[in-house]
Design a protein around this ligand. Structure first.
Ligand code: DX5
Length: 221
């Protein structure tokens, strides 16, 4: 089975000590760091934006994965690249011209992903697969950390992996985000996900991120 990358989401980190939390996760073996950008329009919450990406860029040495939960993300793709993002994922539901937006990200030298909300069918990906590096399957309705994993996501992940294998995309990342923890990560990876986002299962006041990352890794062995 594929190596599984761990991409902790900083949404549940301590924002008053973000550099500390981010470095703790990276030191504990996180592969990527996901920054959840929310505009209060595409999702019913507001999180962080460009200054936080720029500060994290200086503070950590890892792949910064910006998950743009914003409408018309094409307006800010260049700014996020300038702030130091290595990867940008946009929502298929948030941009009218998805192909042009993906081209824009790639022309900036970043890798590009398309995110699908739980009710958005895989068919939306049909014409964009040749141009992207990653598909993000949202397993919660985006906007908040700490929600319950939507169980039907597992079958959706499996169908996507079969579709990718059948159409010659063996290297496409399937990233899964929302309600993932040591309890369900093995099932999610077995279905074909190779890139795991977890927020509240990694950053929790009760236990250090290093311990939570080790729990997640142990569940994947
Ligand atoms: C939710 C965000 C997720 C969130 C995951 O809208 O996109 O990345 O941080 O949080 P958990 O892992 O706590 O469900």
């Amino acid at each position: 089975n594929r190596d599984v990358l761990l991409a902790p989401s900083i949404l549940s980190a301590d924002f008053a000590n973000l550099g500390r939390d981010a470095n703790a996760a990276v030191a504990a073996g996180a592969d990527w760091l996901q920054i959840d950008v929310m505009d209060g329009v595409f999702v019913p919450n507001i999180s962080v934006g460009l200054p936080v990406v720029a500060s994290l860029r200086k503070a950590v040495n890892t792949t910064l994965d910006c998950h743009l939960m914003i409408v018309q993300p094409e307006r800010y793709v260049a700014d996020f690249a300038k702030a130091g993002a290595n990867h940008i994922t946009v929502h298929a539901e948030a941009t009218t011209h998805l192909h042009r937006t993906i081209q824009q990200i790639k022309q900036l030298g970043l890798t590009a992903g398309v995110a699908l909300n739980p009710a958005t069918p895989l068919g939306v990906l049909d014409e964009i697969l040749p141009y992207i590096d990653l598909v993000l399957i949202m397993s919660v309705n985006p906007g908040f950390g700490g929600q319950e994993y939507i169980q039907t996501s597992t079958a959706k992940i499996a169908r996507l992996r079969h579709l990718l294998d059948a159409h010659g995309y063996p290297d496409m990342h399937i990233q899964v985000d929302g309600g993932v923890s040591a309890r369900n990560v093995a099932e999610i990876a077995a279905a074909g996900a190779n890139n795991i986002v977890a927020g509240s299962a990694i950053f929790t006041p009760q236990r250090p991120a290093a311990e939570m990352i080790e729990l997640m890794r142990a569940a994947l062995r």
